[in-house]
Each structure stands twice: as structure tokens, then as C-alpha cells.
Design a protein around this ligand. Structure first.
Ligand SMILES: Nc1ncnc2c1ncn2[C@@H]1O[C@H](COP(=O)(O)OP(=O)(O)OP(=O)(O)O)[C@@H](O)[C@H]1O
Ligand SMILES: Nc1nc2c(ncn2[C@@H]2O[C@H](COP(=O)(O)O)[C@@H](O)[C@H]2O)c(=O)[nH]1
Length: 195
């Protein structure tokens, strides 16, 4: 297993789907200059998603082949869709950027914490069920897909107290402000002007 160097750190964004984890993670990524390491998935891309930017969109056969080759740190199946994070992608991201972030569900977050211990800081981003419902409707997700995501809401929310930090994402600029302060603390470098 890859051993993280002193200054290398992994931020994991987790919480219920639709709370705004990707949005917040991306904004934080720009603010503090860290890069996302994306997962592989067998689901179809959404209209606004691109291969290699949001996910590595792969077939079930490709996913199985990667799993057989032991390429994944962890995998999960959610509502019939496979997701997996490749060890080589994490290692390359760390070597290139020193600080990376991931967006995972609670099971992925837990495995990363088990594998990399104190080098992993988990940021739990959440919103009320009603807020999420409205955001996903506005995003244009089908009712079937929304129901699927919301069926995991309580299960994901139960992970909140396990995480190092938790933020209710109502106003994204407030969330980013608080989050950047915490991240800076870990990074110990003055890249963000908070005043
Ligand atoms: N603070 C906010 N206020 C209003 N809308 C928001 C806020 N944060 C995110 N959104 C919107 O909510 C929707 C879901 O956000 P996002 O994709 O970041 O969530 P997620 O938790 O990563 O879920 P998923 O894994 O389904 O993408 C998006 O359309 C996004 O623009
Ligand atoms: N444990 C893992 N969870 C992952 C991974 N990649 C994404 N996810 C999480 O799955 C759900 C559904 O994602 P969506 O993009 O289809 O809405 C969400 O919670 C993601 O964060 C992974 O490699 N491992």
C-alpha cells in the first residue's frame, strides 16, 4: 500500500447525495488549489457530466476486470450501480498534487479512513431531506432516481458524528468560508484570504 508522505493529505467529502458535496468540494478545490481524484462508475453520465472529469464511466465488464486485477482501494454497489476508486489514481494524485479530495458515500469514507488513518479528514456536507428533494428536482433528476437517492438519506446522515467536520450546506458561500478555514488548518499554508 502507498504510504502517504508528511505533507500529503486526503479530504473526503461525504453526506447524503444531493446535499451539494460535489459543488462544495469543487469550490473548495479551486479556493485552496487541490485536485479531485475521480472514481470509476458503471452508471450512465448525466447530461452535464463528462468522462474523465466527473467519473471514469466504464462498462460492467471493465469494472469487473479492474476488480479482478485488484485495482480498487474500495468498491460499492448502490441501487445496481458499481462505483470504485482506483489505488493508482489516488497515488498519482497525491504524488502530483500533495493534497487531493474525493467524494464518496459513507462506506467509502470509512474505508479510506481505515486505510490512511489520520491522513484522511472527512467533511460531512448535509441538508434537510426537503432541501435535497428540491435541489434534485431543480437539477432535473427523475422522480425514480430522486426516490432512490433519498432512500439512503437516513443511512448517510447517521455517519455525521463519525466525521471530523460537518456543515449544513444552506448558503454555499457560508459553507465554503467555514470549510476553507478548517482545510487551511490542516494544510498550514496561507493560501486563503478569509477577511
Ligand atoms: N448551497 C446550495 N444552494 C442551492 N443549490 C445548491 C447548493 N449546493 C448545491 N446545490 C445544487 O444542488 C444540486 C446537487 O448538488 P451536488 O451535485 O453538488 O450534490 P452531491 O451531494 O454531490 O450529489 P450527487 O452525488 O447526486 O451529485 C446541484 O444542482 C447543485 O447546483
Ligand atoms: N464508496 C464509494 N462511493 C462513491 C464512489 N464514487 C461515488 N460514490 C458515491 O456514490 C453515491 C452516488 O453517486 P452519484 O454520482 O451516482 O450520485 C454518492 O454518494 C457518491 O458520493 C466510490 O468510488 N466509492
Amino acid at each position: 500500500m502507498y504510504k502517504l508522505k508528511d505533507k500529503e493529505i486526503i479530504f473526503v467529502f461525504t453526506g447524503p447525495t444531493g446535499a451539494g458535496r460535489k459543488t462544495i468540494a469543487e469550490m473548495a478545490g479551486t479556493t485552496i488549489q487541490m485536485k479531485q481524484v475521480i472514481s470509476c462508475t458503471t452508471r450512465q453520465p448525466r447530461a452535464n457530466e463528462a468522462d474523465g472529469r466527473d467519473y471514469h464511466f466504464i462498462t460492467k465488464e471493465q469494472f469487473e476486470a479492474s476488480r479482478r486485477n485488484d485495482e480498487f482501494i474500495e468498491t460499492v454497489e448502490i441501487d445496481g450501480v458499481h462505483y470504485g476508486l482506483r489505488s493508482a489514481d489516488v497515488e498519482a494524485g497525491l504524488q502530483q498534487f500533495g493534497c487531493i479530495y474525493l467524494v464518496l458515500n459513507r462506506y467509502g469514507a470509512e474505508i479510506l479512513k481505515e486505510v490512511y488513518g489520520d491522513k484522511v479528514k472527512r467533511f460531512f456536507i448535509y441538508a434537510s431531506r426537503e432541501t435535497i428533494l428540491n435541489r434534485l428536482k431543480d437539477r432535473g433528476d427523475s422522480q425514480e432516481r430522486i426516490d432512490g437517492y433519498l432512500s439512503h438519506y437516513e443511512e448517510e446522515m447517521a455517519y455525521r458524528n463519525e466525521c471530523e467536520h460537518a456543515y449544513e450546506n444552506i448558503d454555499s458561500s457560508h459553507t465554503i468560508y467555514d470549510l476553507a478555514k478548517a482545510m487551511e488548518h490542516y494544510l498550514q499554508r496561507g493560501l486563503v484570504d478569509l477577511d
